[in-house]
Design a protein around this ligand. Structure first.
Ligand code: DUC
Ligand code: ZN
Ligand code: ZN
Ligand code: ZN
Length: 474
């Protein structure tokens, strides 16, 4: 046969175009696009369903070493199996520097954790918490040569936070080396001050997490992040943007001509602060604790508007797999744990794409090309994986998802493939779900069933990300 696999009658959608074609695949790569392609060893009839580039989840946490006693429920096997069933073919979780640890060692540790387990392709970002001169001058260039070209830095969390001076050092190193910086923007002193006062007043329930991190806290830090990036003249990406006030700052920075990229996540479109309230059951609000917190209903619309308006470059899950019950999970500090002792983050690696496809594309809020851009193409570009990932093109990896878009499915945790004991989206209905996920020409998931194997996913070193290039100024 001319091809290993031919997908017939595909309604292909990329970030730029929609076209009907057969897709010819050989050696795991797309080698032909056209009508009436010759026979393949295997043939799949897409029956004119949408066929999109596999999702690239550019922000997820899988088996990440933690310093606070919390434990991630998903390892690279369960996390990537869940990703595959949700229409993803590449994930970019975080390696994380622990205090006293070198950058090379931090990345090596994550390679060990992933080895032989991944069901989809993966790359790594690296969290930097000790930006010493040695780390930035010697080690950072070294980890970049090994394919880790994006770094996350935090303005809050005692174990991770950098002050503004350290931030400038990291930004300058990123500019020098061509790395992408992902910024967690929340004002740490405001959070600490508010948290102390809330707890002193006896306000320890999960819902007070939102009161300890109001939009102002994110707005101030977002503005500061933009100012620091401007001072150094380097692009940055502001991750998990929750709502109106941060969005206003980002729009402002973008209007100045600064390269300020932004990411948002399903929790800011589909959850609200009310989901942290106790009336959903004692401590059940802990399930929706993430930072920044979800805001109110009106704010969800502001995030939709910004998605439509081009403020956001990427849409990621921020999958943070902490179990509700058990050690290291949401209630690891006790059945009545104070909100500030509950690990932050919600799971969502499998539900990211179905939620956005359904509420975005099928309900007319996003066109299909924008969906592909936000969830795959722009992510691949942002982190140096394009054009191997993120497109349907000759020479690209045959990472493809055939979508069912005429369903009526209720999201239930028992049908998901992560190892978390809940989903914050339990009971929500979606009309779309991946019918088939294809990784480099191999079917790895079909209609909610995982068909691949641990170890099938490969490490993909990232190139220098083009969007990280400083502005050209004359
Ligand atoms: N930041 C993340 O990136 N993910 C989960 C929680 C957080 O604060
Ligand atoms: Zn963060
Ligand atoms: Zn409620
Ligand atoms: Zn995260």
């Amino acid at each position: 046969a001319a091809f290993d696999l031919v997908i017939r009658n595909a309604r292909c959608a990329t970030a730029a175009d929609v076209f009907d074609a057969d897709i010819g695949i050989k050696g795991g790569v797309i080698v032909a696009l056209g009508k009436h392609l010759a026979a393949g060893q295997r043939e799949i009839d897409a029956e004119r369903r949408y066929v999109l580039p596999g999702g690239v989840d550019g922000h997820c946490h899988i088996d990440q070493p933690m310093m606070d006693g919390s434990v991630m429920a998903d390892d690279f096997w369960t996390g990537t199996r869940s990703a595959a069933c949700g229409g993803n073919t590449t994930v970019i979780p975080f390696a994380s520097q622990l205090k006293g640890q070198g950058l090379m060692e931090a990345v090596a540790e994550s390679h060990r954790r992933a080895a032989g387990k991944a069901a989809v392709d993966y790359a790594f970002h690296l969290i930097i918490c000790e930006p010493t001169e040695h780390a930035l001058k010697e080690e950072l260039p070294q980890v970049m040569r090994e394919g880790c070209t994006s770094f996350k830095v935090y303005m809050t969390y005692d174990d991770l936070k950098l002050d503004d001076r350290q931030m400038l050092d990291v930004l300058a190193a990123a500019r020098h080396e061509g790395a992408m910086i992902m910024m967690h923007a929340e004002n740490t002193d405001c959070i600490a001050w508010l948290t102390e006062r809330l707890i002193a007043a006896g306000h320890t329930a999960p819902k007070f997490h939102a009161a300890a991190r109001p939009m102002l806290v994110e707005r101030e830090a977002t503005h500061r992040a933009i100012a620091l990036a401007e001072l150094v003249d380097v692009p940055i990406l502001i991750v998990h943007v929750s709502g109106r006030e941060a969005i206003e700052q980002i729009r402002w920075g973008q209007a100045q001509g600064l390269k300020i990229y932004a990411e948002t996540c399903p929790q800011y479109l589909f959850l609200t602060a009310d989901d942290m309230d106790d009336h959903h059951g004692h401590m059940h609000g802990a399930k929706c604790i993430c930072s920044p917190p979800p805001r109110d209903k009106a704010n969800q619309q502001v995030v939709w508007d910004a998605l439509q308006g081009g403020v956001f470059e990427v849409f990621s899950s921020d999958h943070a797999p902490f179990r509700f019950a058990g050690e290291g999970g949401k209630l690891g500090a006790g059945p009545d744990a104070s909100f500030d002792k509950i690990p932050n983050g919600v799971p969502g690696i499998e539900t990211r794409l179905p939620l956005l496809f359904s509420a975005g594309v099928l309900e007319g809020r996003l066109d299909i090309c924008d969906f592909v851009a936000l969830t795959s193409t722009n992510v691949a570009k942002m982190y140096g994986l394009y054009p191997r990932k993120g497109s349907i093109a000759i020479g690209a990896d045959a990472d493809l998802v055939i979508w069912d878009a005429d369903l009526d499915i209720e999201i239930r945790n028992e049908n998901l493939h992560h190892d978390v004991d809940y989903t914050p989206y339990e009971g929500m209905r979606v009309k779309a779900w991946p019918r088939m996920t294809i990784l480099r020409g191999e079917v790895v998931a079909e209609r909610g069933k995982f068909l691949g194997a641990a170890g099938q996913g490969q490490y993909i070193p990232c190139d220098l990300p083009t969007p990280a290039k400083p502005r050209v100024r004359t």
